[in-house]
Write a protein that binds this ligand. Structure first.
Ligand SMILES: [Zn+2]
Length: 439
């Protein structure tokens, strides 16, 4: 037996979305990096006690849409800082987007990322590979070698493949290889120049619009291509009522389509832009109240199975410019859980089992990963959540180098106080968790 520390996480409220379990008080035992059955251990086994009374014990979360910014843009974020932010946010697995410099369109770049992750990452990281070379939408990237190098999915996130013929080939190729395509849906002929939702507010503010239909056209095209090719496609960061309607219909017809929504799109609307604050600028943009409600309804009824942050850090100086010139994107790893709790749980729309399924079982199914769980034998990737901890968002306290949060100053409830990966504590908040040796 290894000499690693073994833990007894005692008297917590255990929530396991895979098993649809919500029970308390439960003692959970961790040894050799896994969740274990204590009856297989001697009576006097030296468990280190972690008192979880009053806390929720959950499997570690998966965020399948994260920009780590390495290689190439370490001024915005690094693998180290992003994964520290993830750990503090309760996220034990992140999926890294390939729009780095250089982009992950070559197996060497995937290998470079994996090496850096081994050395510096605090949480588990799965890289993705590009759909097209340099994400230009013209020539397919070498899918097979990207996958062999460790890419878990293919995406040109941030740049939508405009040419339907290229997208069709990409789907045919991906379906043969059995990997999903993560699809950023944007018809750039329609969205070109747009910096916010096209509608009443863009007219009032005099800013160029990024219309809903630019998203919906590609959602519709790619559902048709999915039907034609049988490829597994995952629609990223959906924002419009029309996209949800198309998705719901595709699912009714049994197509292998899944989708994600982001916390900022379910928490905010386009009216947040009235002060021209670039912290509210992201792609796709904040939409209308009707759209926001449609996204929440789709989470509640199961049409959308994933919540992802689209964590997109930028350096402060890049965002401190006039609205139209600022880059798109907001950070989200450290506010993900609390914003979801606010919009879905505290607003009485979803229970905790269903909510956390969107951050565990949902993404694992899309990606073909082992579903996170607290059953015996599962890797001990878990978090302790203090549901009642109130806190105010202060980006200066973030581990992320990116301070571009749309939730600055917001009062939230719910904080992750301990994060464990493969049986090792990678992050803990000092003030809450007492720990003592039992002898
Ligand atoms: Zn995107």
């Amino acid at each position: 037996m290894k000499t690693e520390e073994a833990f007894c996480i005692s008297a917590g409220r255990l929530i396991d979305p895979l098993l649809r379990r919500d029970e308390e008080p439960v003692n959970l035992y961790v040894a050799e990096g896994k969740i274990v059955d204590p009856t297989n251990y001697p009576k006097d086994f030296p468990w280190t006690k972690i008192d979880a009374q009053g806390l929720i014990v959950l499997p570690g979360l998966i965020d399948m849409h994260v920009h780590l910014r390495e290689p190439g843009e370490s001024r915005k974020e690094t693998i180290r800082t992003a994964t520290m932010a993830a750990a503090a946010g309760g996220i034990t697995t992140v999926v890294a987007m390939p729009n780095t410099i250089p982009p992950a369109d070559h197996p060497d770049t995937i290998a470079w990322i994996r090496k850096k992750v081994d050395k510096e990452a605090l949480v588990k990281v799965y890289p993705t590979g590009c759909i097209t070379e340099e994400r230009l939408g013209e020539k397919l990237a070498p899918f097979q070698s990207l996958i062999q190098a460790g890419a878990i999915a293919l995406t040109d996130d941030g740049s939508c493949v405009q040419n339907a013929r290229i997208m069709r080939r990409a789907m045919e190729y991906a379906s043969v290889l059995g990997v999903p395509i993560l699809d950023h849906c944007e018809d750039t002929a329609l969205s070109d120049g747009g910096v916010m939702n096209e509608g009443l507010w863009s007219t009032l503010l005099g800013l160029p619009g990024w219309p809903s239909i630019a998203e919906e056209l590609i959602v519709s095209r790619d559902i048709l291509l999915c039907e034609k090719t049988g490829a597994k496609i995952h629609l990223q960061h959906l924002t419009t009522e029309g996209s949800i309607r198309l998705l719901r219909d595709a699912k009714k017809r049994g197509l292998p389509v899944s989708a994600e929504v982001c916390p900022h799109h379910i928490a905010l609307t386009e009216s947040a832009l009235k002060e021209y604050d670039p912290r509210f600028k992201m792609n796709p943009p904040l939409r209308t109240q009707k759209d926001r409600e449609a996204l929440i309804e789709a989470l509640v009824d199961g049409t959308v199975e994933v919540i992802a942050s689209d964590h997109a850090p930028h350096a402060l100086f890049e965002k401190e410019v006039e609205f139209e010139k600022a880059p798109f994107g907001v950070v989200g790893l450290e506010t993900l859980v609390a914003v979801c709790l606010k919009e879905l749980y505290y607003s009485k729309k979803m229970d905790l089992v269903d909510l956390f399924a969107k951050l565990t079982v949902g993404p694992s199914r899309v990606l073909g990963l082992e579903p996170p769980s607290l059953r015996y034998g599962s890797p001990a990737d878990l978090i302790l959540l203090d549901l009642n901890a109130s806190w105010k968002v202060d980006s200066n306290a973030f581990f992320s180098k990116g301070k571009n949060t749309p939730f600055e100053g917001m009062n939230l409830k719910g904080k992750v106080v301990l994060t464990m990966i493969d049986g090792k504590i990678v992050w803990r908040e000092k003030r809450v968790v007492g720990e003592q040796k039992t002898v």
